[in-house]
Design a protein. Sequence first.
Length: 86
Amino acid sequence: GRDLLDEFVAPYFENLLPIWGSRTYKIAEYLIAGLYPAPLANAALRDATQAWLTANADAPAALRRLVNENLAGVERALRVQARDAE
């Protein structure tokens, strides 16, 4: 299940800039959204996403927007998980 996705988190972030720089906008958008390991929806993924955004403050604005959208999805999922646990 979800544990299998853990190994893809680091390579995902390592490849964001190369994907962005070597693809058209639309293809990069599909890859960045589609390869994000959103089913993990855990604090570690949220933290890794925030860390990438912090470390890559100079990344292109459109790329940062896509990563921020991924982060927002994980944050929503974490809020729902917390509510369900109550």
